[in-house]
Design a protein around this ligand. Structure first.
Ligand code: CAA
Length: 384
């Protein structure tokens, strides 16, 4: 067992850190304030190969895997969580399921362009009436010759109005009682007739990322764009979220690290009662706890990423990583604001943004409550 990153991973980390510090962080406040979708940064990430970590070399990616992805993704999220979630979704929720479930033609058609950033991806499971109970989704697909005709409304789709290709989960069997077994996955291109993205949500945090509804009105999808087997879409959705949850856990690490860095600096600079506030034990303890919880969560994230890379079971471990990292990061953001006092509640200091951004980590890709449910179900099944 070795807790050090390999030489290659350290190089990826250094490259990501340089980009994060020199180009992403300086723009993050603007991206947040003016809700600027990080398109330019996505191009830079693509140039570095950061959009193709999960795509095999044969299809134009690096194939370096999830551990490499989380190593770079933490740095990007430390600088800007809006950019971080856009990168995470593209890699984990779009490239990954095409690699794992796509046929050869689909892989050849989409993966090289996704890895190069020529196409942006999105994943669409949620609907107005089905959030945590994802298998209750109602968007329908009926077969007409060589085409599937999709009808329904999706919401909370990250990158929904910028994506060129979207993985959309719909019901190919109209019997609602079938729940998960009636669901299939499709690769939908934004140019398909009947596809329309709605107005982006005005969010509390990660304001530079795009979160939109989708309207599918007799949207015609070629039958060859069915991803995986008909009726197996829910399994694809869940397998994909196992990877996605590692990505959101990583986002939590990045935000928490940014909180700790900001808190340390402020505690050294700010003087009260004639000395830096960092000299007081109350402030020292907060930082000690933040650092300890962050290191523990990082180990859970790395373990889940390694298990996924090894093709071993990891649904419980991914849920644990997300649960631990997101609750840790929310605590870290609260304490970082507390250490800053009143100024931490103003836009003059970045902790105010971290405090808003971090809240989503306990909500998307499965709420904290859903992570508990997933972990408990695995425990009750008699696993470790
Ligand atoms: N991998 C593969 N298959 C899985 C699986 C996994 N991890 N977990 C479950 N399945 C399979 C089951 O084996 C079962 O299939 P079979 O019948 O063939 O065996 C099928 O899926 C149904 O499983 P369940 O009976 O466990 O399903 P359920 O209805 O009880 O739901 C749930 C389980 C965990 C609650 C699930 O609904 C869930 O994860 N809910 C949260 C949804 C979520 O995370 N949404 C986020 C959307 S994306 C997003 O946030 C936006 C973004 O873009 C960032």
């Amino acid at each position: 067992m070795d807790f050090e990153l390999s030489e290659d991973l350290r190089m990826i980390q250094a490259t990501a850190r340089k980009l994060a510090d020199e180009e992403i962080a300086p723009r993050a406040a603007q991206v947040d304030e003016h809700k600027i979708f990080p398109m330019e940064t996505m191009k830079k990430l693509a140039e570095l190969g950061f959009l193709g970590f999960l795509v095999p070399e044969k299809y134009g990616g690096s194939g370096l895997g999830n551990l490499a992805l989380v190593t770079a993704l933490e740095e990007v999220n430390r600088a800007c969580a809006s950019t971080g979630v856009t990168m995470s979704v593209h890699n984990s929720l779009v490239c990954s399921p095409i690699v794992r479930f796509g046929n050869e033609a689909q892989k050849q058609k989409y993966l090289p362009r996704l890895a190069k950033g020529e196409l942006l991806g999105a994943y669409s499971l949620t609907e107005p009436c089905s959030g945590s109970d994802a298998a209750a989704l109602m968007t329908s697909a009926r077969r007409e010759g060589d085409t599937w005709v999709l009808n329904g409304t999706k919401n909370f789709v990250t990158t929904g109005s910028y994506a060129d290709v979207l993985i959309v989960f719909v019901r190919t069997n109209p019997d609602l009682a079938l729940k998960a077994k009636g669901v299939s996955a499709f690769l939908v291109e934004k140019t398909f007739p009947g596809f329309k993205a709605g107005k982006p949500e005005d969010k509390c945090g990660i304001r530079g990322s795009d979160t939109s509804s989708l309207f599918l009105e007799d949207c015609r999808v070629p039958a060859e764009n069915l991803l995986g087997e008909e009726g197996k879409g829910f399994n694809i959705a869940m397998d994909t979220l196992d990877g996605g949850r590692i990505g959101i856990a990583t986002q939590s690490l990045g935000i928490a690290q940014a909180c700790l860095d900001a808190a340390r600096k402020y505690a050294r600079d700010r003087k009260q009662f004639g000395k830096p506030i960092g000299d007081f034990q109350a402030i020292q303890w907060k930082q000690a706890e933040m650092a300890t919880e962050l290191e523990a969560a990082r180990l859970l994230v790395q373990r889940a990423a390694i298990l996924r890379d090894q093709g071993r079971p990891h649904a419980k471990e991914a849920a644990m990583a997300k649960l631990a990292a997101s609750t840790m990061a929310n605590r870290a953001a609260k304490e970082a604001v507390q250490i800053h006092g009143g100024v931490g509640y103003t836009r003059d200091f970045p902790v105010e943004r971290y405090f808003r951004d971090v809240r989503i980590t306990e909500l998307y890709e499965g709420t904290t409550e859903i992570q508990h449910l997933v972990i408990a179900r695995h425990l009750l099944k008699g696993g470790k």
